[in-house]
Design a binder for this molecule. Structure first.
Ligand code: PLP
Length: 449
């Protein structure tokens, strides 16, 4: 059966899976086994030498349930190969460490998830890896200015969390390739491949927190790295020693020599060195839950987008809202690039600046009943959080300011509920916020000269 002509809705259900050969089970079973038996001693040795890439040996390296999810995610992103990880954080970590070692340098957008900022600015320097952040993310010169001889990767989010900054992927991919000679890695968590496929626009590697929209049910932490298989690591071999030197125990030829022509060198090295040695493998049970979620991805994302657009229109009219951060919101600086790259919509994360700052934001969050107050996005349930005091609390005031995260910023992850119920719940929040503003007003007036 050829899958080349399948549309997205078909791929999200069928890609990478077929009735189980052993039992004829229609749905991919949970292969909850740590290890798999070798046929004989020769096959055991071939497995360690990476000569047998089809069999399974140990679930820290690969597992049949996880492999079905990986094949499906590679198909949905239009990639050559995918490697699943235990979390989105792990996916970003190994995607970068597959290109970098001590002495290396990353150029990254500063419009990114707070946990990734912690990884880049706090953990990587401890390993001797330097990071420069770019604020004006769609100015090619801003990226160009940060390039150093030891730069080995560009990193950004397709839609930034929480401010909805949309990266001009074609423009920044060109700088990465032509000026820096390095791959562009895109965290595509907020967009999902249904709204945007970064590899189609020139990016080289995609990472996801599958915890979010891809799984969609808020049950399981997970991540994935999808490689496009097109970046030419042979052009400047000295930059990529990990790909150009033989790895102990894997024979005497390098990953690039053995798998470069097939576009598999990056993904295979990531799986058989970084995931094998650092160990962030997903559980087969979580991979099964991810597969269930993927089957309805496009249906859910359509409803997330439609609900988000209803909420954005409501927020934009409200007198307590200073500014709505959503790529297609009125006055959004990301309008033009969103129109080009996100014709199906800009996802379900909507942030806004509430007048009155932190205390008003607190009253707003605590009065909501339908929106759950928690640190996650991409669930079918609607969610709310105050980033400055929670997911972005690791940032300095200066970094918060540069990332556009003010004291009154609230992040909503718009779920798939009935939109009128969401608007009604937000009205409850504004009523509580209004109470705080009204109480504060006489004090402010008394303090005025
Ligand atoms: N990338 C983005 C854009 C995220 O929002 C998150 C988590 O919120 C992550 C990566 C990290 O993913 P995980 O929580 O699955 O480790």
């Amino acid at each position: 059966m050829t899958t080349d002509s399948w549309g997205f809705e078909t791929l999200q259900i069928h890609a990478g899976a077929a009735p189980d050969i052993a039992t004829r089970a229609r749905v991919t079973p949970i292969y909850q086994s740590a290890s798999f038996t070798y046929e004989d001693a020769d096959q055991a040795a071939a497995s360690f030498l990476l000569e047998d890439l089809d069999s399974f040996a140990y679930s820290r390296i690969s597992n049949p349930t996880t492999a079905a999810a990986e094949r499906r995610l590679a198909a949905l992103e239009g990639g050559r190969a995918a490697v699943a990880t235990a979390s989105g954080q792990a996916a970003t970590t190994v995607a970068l460490l597959n290109l970098l070692r001590a002495g290396g340098h990353i150029v990254a957008s500063d419009q990114i998830y707070g946990g990734t900022t912690n990884l880049l600015l706090q953990r990587f320097p401890e390993l001797g890896i330097e990071v420069s952040l770019v604020t004006d993310i769609n100015d090619p010169d801003a990226w160009r200015r940060e390039i150093r001889p030891n730069t080995r990767a560009f990193f950004a989010e397709s839609i930034g969390n929480p401010t909805g900054a949309v990266l001009d992927i074609p423009a920044i991919a060109e700088v990465a390739h032509r000026d820096a000679g390095v791959p562009l890695i895109i965290d595509n968590t907020l967009a999902t491949p249904f709204l945007l496929r970064p590899l189609d626009h020139g990016a080289d590697i995609v990472v996801h927190s599958t915890t979010k929209y891809l799984a969609g049910h808020g049950t399981s932490i997970g991540g994935v790295v999808v490689d496009g298989g097109r970046f030419d690591y042979g052009a400047e071999p000295h930059k990529w020693p990990g790909l150009h030197h033989a790895d102990v125990g894997h024979g005497d030829r390098s990953y690039w020599e053995r798998f470069g022509a097939d576009g598999l060198a990056y993904a295979l090295r990531l799986r058989t060195t970084l995931v094998r040695d650092y160990g962030p493998a997903p559980s087969p049970f979580n991979s099964f839950l991810l597969l269930q979620g993927l089957e309805t991805l496009s249906l859910r994302v359509r409803q997330h987008v439609s609900n988000a657009e209803t909420v954005v229109a409501f927020l934009a009219r409200h007198s307590l809202v200073e500014r709505v951060h959503y790529p297609t919101a009125p006055a959004s600086p990301w309008h033009e690039v969103a129109r080009r790259l996100l014709p199906r919509g800009a996802g379900g994360v909507v942030s806004f600046d509430l007048r009155g700052g932190r205390e008003t934001a607190r009253a707003f969050v605590e009065s909501l009943e339908l929106f759950s107050h928690l640190a996650n996005i991409g669930d079918v349930r609607s969610l709310v959080i105050h980033p400055a005091s929670t997911v972005n609390s690791g940032l300095t005031d200066e970094q918060l300011h540069r990332a556009g995260i003010g004291p009154g910023l609230l992040r909503l992850s718009i779920g798939t509920e009935s939109p009128e119920d969401l608007v009604r719940d937000l009205e409850r929040g504004f009523a509580a916020a209004d109470g705080v503003t009204a109480r504060a007003a006489p004090v402010a007036a008394a303090a005025a000269p």
